[in-house]
Design a protein around this ligand. Structure first.
Ligand code: 8YV
Length: 327
């Protein structure tokens, strides 16, 4: 029997390709070039499955061009690159890669929060530019992490990881807002109190965004929300571009409506809003919150496990639209 044909949409670890090749006929994009949606659809049209990343859009147009396609395995916990309804209607299974990246991503949330609050990159640029010639009482004076109030917006697995680090590691008072409230035991474990979004924005010293992107969460943070925040507050986004109105944020940073921001994700990435590149009080990183070698390997292996599980016995590990399996 011939092996199912799989497309790997981006360059990935050679070990992952070797593992896939044991089970599938594999075509890989090993170039630096990111395929356009039309190129992706063209490459996918004779494939049975796809190994995708969070940047590979699978929607009605792509699905219409790919009648053989049965599964897309995302190497990402977020799956806003999938039109899940369209995939379900087309009978295409979607899987994601949850859990394996939770702690690594929460670690990075803290890295970004600390770099932002303590002005790490701004002060490094100053030093590298040869501008450090004296001690000054207010040189890069930032805000404290310990003992401050941490507001976590979006309290899924990664949000809980951020809350635990804040409460247990840094003695922060943790408040959170989420679509649904955590159960009492988890609130105790995270030492976190549920508040409204408005109260969170008004009272937190540091706001960390960890909510999934959907049309409903588009521009959750815009000019009005930034105006509610303390002028001393910091905002960290490790969730998805589009949750923050980047133009409004750049203006708020320039006007000192808030003190600083740390951003790992951007609207329209890898392009970054030009105004964000010119304000000093923002730390910018290129969507690397899950980027450690062990975690990226684990994410990739989970995507492979999903493909193998699906084609071997119809049992992927982390299906997003399991209704497809019943048809
Ligand atoms: C990925 C992510 O690196 O898992 C997610 O949702 O945002 C990142 O960890 C990225 O989406 C590539 O798949």
């Amino acid at each position: 029997m011939s092996k199912p044909k799989i497309l790997v949409a981006r360059a990935i670890f050679p070990e992952i390709i070797s593992r896939l090749e044991q089970h599938f006929e594999v075509e890989t994009n090993q170039s630096d070039a990111i395929w356009s949606k039309a190129e992706l659809a063209d490459k996918l049209k004779d494939k049975d499955g796809a190994f995708t990343t969070g940047g590979d859009r699978i929607d009605v147009e792509v699905l219409a061009a790919c009648p053989r396609l049965k599964i897309c395995a995302n190497m990402a916990v977020g799956y806003n690159n999938f039109d899940l309804d369209a995939m379900t209607a087309a009978g295409v299974l979607a899987t994601n890669a949850p859990d394996v990246l939770t702690e690594t991503t929460a670690d990075f949330g803290f890295a970004l929060l600390m770099a932002t609050a303590r002005r790490v990159t701004e002060s490094e640029h100053f030093l590298r530019a040869g501008k450090w010639n004296k001690w000054s009482f207010d040189m890069f004076a930032g805000s404290d992490i310990h003992g401050s109030t941490l507001g976590v917006l979006g309290m899924g697995r990664i949000g809980q990881g951020i809350a635990k680090r804040g409460a247990h590691g840094f003695g922060m008072k943790v408040i959170y807002h989420n679509r649904s409230r955590l159960d009492a035991a988890m609130e105790v474990e995270c030492k976190a109190s549920y508040v409204s979004k408005e109260e969170l924005l008004r009272t937190a010293d540091h706001v960390v965004l960890v909510l999934p992107y959907s049309p409903a969460s588009h521009h959750t943070i815009g000019a009005a929300e930034l105006a509610m925040m303390k002028p001393t507050a910091t905002l960290v986004n490790i969730a998805r571009g589009g949750i923050v109105d980047d133009a409004a944020l750049a203006k708020a940073l320039r006007d000192k409506t808030i003190a600083a921001a740390g951003l790992d994700v951007f609207e329209g990435e890898p392009k970054v809003h030009p105004d964000l590149l010119t304000v000093p009080n923002v730390v910018l990183t290129p969507h690397i919150a899950s980027a450690t070698v062990p975690t990226r390997m684990a994410m990739a292996n989970l995507a492979v496990d999903n493909l193998i599980g699906f084609f071997k016995d119809g049992k992927p590990l982390t299906p997003l639209n399991p209704a497809v399996l019943a048809t």
